[in-house]
Design a protein around this ligand. Structure first.
Ligand SMILES: [Zn+2]
Length: 79
């Protein structure tokens, strides 16, 4: 029982270094910006943000930051 747990912990440590095993398809996140909090969504291969810049430009510092954080874990293209 105890050795089984140790085996799982060891395997999880190996898996955790192999990001390519996981592809995230949909995700919601809360982003704490310098001035406000924003809702981020990852849907159908791209990020969306609730901030004003995203509405006008279709990208913002929040989506750019989370793309970098999640690099290799999402299948998508930049928003
Ligand atoms: Zn934003």
């Amino acid at each position: 029982m105890y050795s089984s747990l140790i085996g799982k912990v060891q395997k999880s440590q190996i898996y955790a270094q192999e990001k390519g095993r996981v592809i995230i398809s949909d995700l919601k996140a809360t982003f704490q910006g310098d001035h406000d909090t924003y809702e981020l969504k990852y849907e159908e291969g791209s990020w969306h943000c609730s901030c004003k810049n995203f509405v006008t430009d279709r990208f913002c510092s929040h989506t750019m930051a989370i793309e970098k954080m999640m690099e290799g874990m999402t299948s998508g293209k930049p928003a």
